[in-house]
Design a protein around this ligand. Structure first.
Ligand code: ADP
Ligand code: F6P
Length: 322
């Protein structure tokens, strides 16, 4: 293998740059040429690439976002788009591709390998942490620390004004960010898609707390919960128990910022491992970290298997906040 490509795809996250740096420098160390594809699969179709040298990735390890830019490409989901990408790959002499992204991007990488015989390796990077085959995805640690800072700040004003706050976190259909930041912030209630939401029970617990002198509370809610978003849940609670409620949607704040040390190290380890396995001929695989060890698994597992959330953490939060 002489020339590989690297791209970032789907939602960006802190740590993508640290990962790009690791892949580029490790590949150059192993004697390869590396090209960077801008804007994910869209850039692959449009041949929006440039050669990356060791110095191209200087001074980026601490920066959020992705220097390669990212995109969601509906065209790449079609046979026509994939054929165009295949033609670009052949024309540019690319012999393998490292895809940094979430489960959608992994599906794209899987298709490129399965249908078009292009060696691909995926590196899990999304704030959502919803990819099976790794304990943590790149970006998750930074996102939960950002969310936690939000909770801590809200706690100050909630306590001063004796109010109920509802904070909505990202996560698409999964509650990892909400559960982990909620546990770390000691919130009174955690609402996630993985656990059935009972508004009556939540109201009873809030009332119980109020009766024993608690006059402010925080509820952390995941954006994908079946009971609705933070505003909807807030309205339901207000109608039942008449609290003064304020709602905060953390939104894209959770996607930005300088990556934590944990995310930089995870990105560096996974970037290096992905390069090694691509060079030694693995294809259609992803790298992950399981019990602090590098784990290689099939890309298709990541999109087909749902990653289980640790419900013991949910139970623990319930016990400690009751
Ligand atoms: P993420 O990777 O963060 O989950 P998306 O789900 O938006 O983000 O996926 C990113 C991109 O991956 C999509 O815009 C598309 O180009 C590609 N992709 C997603 N699903 C598929 C699929 N089933 N087949 C081929 N490509 C896909
Ligand atoms: O997958 C990352 C994520 O931030 C999700 O948590 C969120 O639901 C989604 O992307 C938002 O996507 P967009 O940036 O396209 O609004």
């Amino acid at each position: 293998m002489r020339k590989i490509a690297i791209l970032t795809s789907g939602g960006d996250c802190p740590g993508m740059n640290a990962c790009i740096r690791a892949v580029v420098r490790k590949a150059i160390y192993q004697g390869l040429k590396v090209v960077g594809v801008r804007r994910g699969f869209a850039g692959l179709i449009e041949r929006d690439i440039s050669l990356l040298e060791a110095t191209s990735v200087s001074g980026i390890i601490h920066r959020g976002g992705t220097i390669l830019k990212t995109a969601r490409s509906p065209l790449f989901k079609t046979k026509k788009g994939q054929k165009m990408a295949f033609e670009s790959i052949k024309k540019l002499g690319i012999e393998g591709i490292i895809v940094i992204g979430g489960d959608g991007s992994f599906r794209g990488a899987y298709e490129l390998n399965k249908n078009w015989n292009i060696p691909t390796v995926g590196i899990p990077a999304t704030i959502d942490n919803d990819i099976a085959g790794t304990d943590f995805t790149i970006g998750f640690d930074t996102a939960i620390n950002t969310a936690l800072e939000g909770i801590d700040r809200i706690r100050d004003t909630a306590t001063s004004h004796q109010r109920l706050f509802i904070i909505e976190m990202m996560g698409r259909k999964s509650g990892f960010i909400t559960l982990w930041s909620g546990l770390a912030g000691g919130v009174e209630e955690i609402i996630i898609p993985e656990v059935k939401t009972d508004i009556d029970e939540i109201c009873q617990r809030l009332e119980k707390g109020r009766n024993r002198g608690k006059n402010s509370s925080i509820i952390a809610v995941a954006e994908g919960d079946e009971a609705g978003g933070a505003f909807e849940i807030g309205e339901k609670i207000r109608k039942k128990i008449g609290y003064e409620i304020r709602v905060v949607i953390l939104g894209h704040l959770q996607r930005g910022g300088s990556p934590t040390a944990m995310d930089r190290i995870l990105a560096t380890r996974l970037g290096s491992a992905a390069t090694d396995i691509l060079i030694r001929g693995e294809r259609g695989k992803m790298v992950g970290l399981v019990a602090n060890q590098i784990k290689i698994s099939p890309l298709c597992n990541a999109s087909e298997r749902k990653k289980e959330i640790n419900l013991n953490l949910y139970k623990l939060s319930e016990i400690l906040s009751s």
